[in-house]
Design a binder for this molecule. Sequence first.
Ligand SMILES: C[S@@+](CC[C@H](N)C(=O)[O-])C[C@H]1O[C@@H](n2cnc3c(N)ncnc32)[C@H](O)[C@@H]1O
Length: 280
Amino acid sequence: MTSVSLPRPAEPSTSTNNETPELQLLELGPGFAVYIGAERDARFIYKEIYEDHCYDIAQLPLNPFIIDAGANIGLFTLYMKTKYPSARILAFEPVPQVFDLYRRNLALHGVPAGDVDAHCCALGSAPATSKPLTYFPNAPGNSTFVPGEKELLRKALPAEHYQRMIDRSSAGATRVDVPVERLSRFLDEYGRGLTRIDLLKIDVESWELDVLRGVDDRHWKMVRNVAVEVSELSGLRQEIEALLRAKGFLVERELAAWSYETAPTYTVLARREGPSNTET
Ligand SMILES: C[S@@+](CC[C@H](N)C(=O)[O-])C[C@H]1O[C@@H](n2cnc3c(N)ncnc32)[C@H](O)[C@@H]1O
């Protein structure tokens, strides 16, 4: 997500307080309430997933294996579990406060614990490291390893009302040291129990290329569909598309419904040619 609820890379403070201060339950759609960190952020992501259907990109088997990189408060996981009740999901959200909301939302919606393997960890290209991530309590979905890139977006959206929104959502920026691990390290834990990855969804605020580089070829062979949200301002889109083509995918891209002309954001969609996507 790179909405206008973006932060400024202002001097973040360093925090060790990982507790969710107070729980806020919000009805995002008819009969659909979730615990949220910030209302505007949650409504934005809800619209992307539940109304714009940005991840309805391929027909998956009835029991898909799905990776949720940038799991945030769980809206993608909940959407996929409603659409595919037998789905197994491997999820990653590095901000402890946000991860806490993710777990609470899955429990609130009765998602069986055994169906989701969730980690409070960032994904990246290097094994077993840790790195400072900038967390925005007023716009948790913007939390990123690359806060400087948000400043480019700020410049690309010069209208005054955007600037005001930006200032509001950037207030209280905090730096949190988070663990970083390669995706293949987690996939290895499944051993022979893993034969196909039906959808790899990545929405990680300009760290997408690193996440992709953390996948080894033995796992790429299993991947059938990839959806990567990428801001053109990150300068990463062409490299991401080239990497996916090199791994044997057909690659397309869709402009996000909310995208701004001066700061386009795409969902890069990659699918394998060959056996049907719904084959189990
Ligand atoms: C825009 S939100 C994702 C919204 C999303 N489409 C969903 O499913 O709800 C992006 C999330 O990615 C997380 N994030 C940032 N860098 C990450 C990384 N390297 N690995 C995993 N998650 C990351 C952020 O903390 C944030 O919660």
